[in-house]
Write a protein that binds this ligand. Structure first.
Ligand code: ZN
Length: 348
């Protein structure tokens, strides 16, 4: 199966009432872990690379590794997505490389740190949408600013500093025509999201629900949605690590989101924790070992276990064979004819 349009993947998820995990990768083992989990649970999946990942691994390595995954597993619908593009040029380069989906995070200026104005965000996102849709490529935008920093990207600070305003989200969707929209409801990137189990005072699920009511056709995206489970933290700390106590987004809250229009859930930290815990365990228990395979194999297995668990929790498990992937020409035609138009004024 060739790479699939993320738009189709998310439209199908909306029809089926489930969410799709979007997992970040930097290397071959992470891609293999994700595909292992997708095969195990029969799930469609989004594999995404951030700018940091593209720098770490180099674009062409990642692109060809993900293509290899698609070739080896033709039964799995797989979209290749750019996470947090910081400019039109970054998104354009990903599209030209062969990504089937890009995120234009215009909530920040191109430095990836300073919050932008609403008008700047609309302008750059609209430009990316025009370029991408002509080529059948999906676009995710962001309105409101997430907390924390990951891979050098982020405004820092609390997830509550720039929570999304529902009216602005509607205007943004109308003026940009994005396929998917990341919203800020109190979540942060990285491991240190919350200092206690989050409740309604920090995780603004009511805002998410209000936005979905006004934008039924725009797929909502939850970023910074690792659950940061205590058992994964404990393994790291047991084998010499030093993580401070921290809380992520509870899976039940993500499931509430999925019942209210969330179709893409970004998970990175949980996989990082699983990998690091598995490697630390090998180093601590068998310090005589030095073959990288001795620790990369358990690391890959630990990540696969977490990914498979999320796929089941998000509901995408069992849905890989529900539909045949549309060719790029059909997607281009869908955008041209207005069939794939998500703007609220066109879908009423
Ligand atoms: Zn993010």
């Amino acid at each position: 199966m060739p790479l699939v349009s993320m738009r189709q993947l998310l439209d199908e998820a909306a029809k089926g009432g489930y969410g799709v995990g979007a997992f970040n990768v930097n290397d071959m083992e992470q891609i293999q872990a994700i595909m292992g989990a997708a095969v195990e649970t029969n799930s469609p999946v989004v594999i995404q690379a951030s700018r940091g990942a593209r720098q770490f691994a180099q674009d062409r390595y990642l692109y060809h590794l993900i293509l290899a995954a698609a070739e080896l597993h033709p039964e799995i619908p797989l979209a290749m997505h750019l996470d947090h593009g910081n400019s039109f040029e970054t998104c354009k380069s990903a599209i030209e490389l062969g990504f089937t989906s890009v995120m234009m995070d215009g909530s920040l200026k191109p430095d990836g740190k300073t919050p932008s104005t609403f008008e700047e965000n609309v302008e750059v996102t609209r430009k990316v949408v025009d370029f991408a849709h002509e080529r059948g490529i999906t676009v995710e935008g962001e309105i409101g600013v997430l907390g924390g920093v990951e891979d050098g990207h982020g405004a820092g600070g609390s997830g509550l500093d720039h929570v999304t305003d529902p009216d602005q989200a509607v205007e943004f969707a109308e003026r940009t025509g994005v396929d998917a929209l990341a919203i800020a409801i109190g979540t942060s990137h990285g491991a240190y999201k919350f200092t206690k189990k989050p409740d309604g005072s920090v995780l603004k699920m009511d805002i998410l629900i209000a936005i979905h009511k006004h934008l039924p056709k725009t797929h909502l995206v939850m970023h910074g949605s690792s659950s940061v489970p205590k058992d994964l933290q404990d393994i790291i700390n047991k084998y010499g690590g030093n993580l401070k106590p921290t809380w992520g987004v509870p899976v039940e809250e993500i499931q509430l989101g999925i019942r209210n229009g969330v179709r893409k859930i970004n998970v990175d930290t949980d996989n990082r924790l699983a990998i690091t815990g598995a490697i630390r365990k090998v180093f601590a228990e068998t310090p005589e070992k030095f073959d990288p395979r001795d620790y990369l194999k358990p690391a890959r297995e630990a990540m696969q276990k977490v990914v498979a668990e999320r796929m089941t929790q998000f509901g995408q498990a069992g849905h890989a064979a529900d539909y045949a992937p549309l060719g790029i020409d059909a997607i281009i035609e869908g955008y041209k004819s207005g069939k794939l138009d998500t703007r609220p004024s066109k879908t009423k």
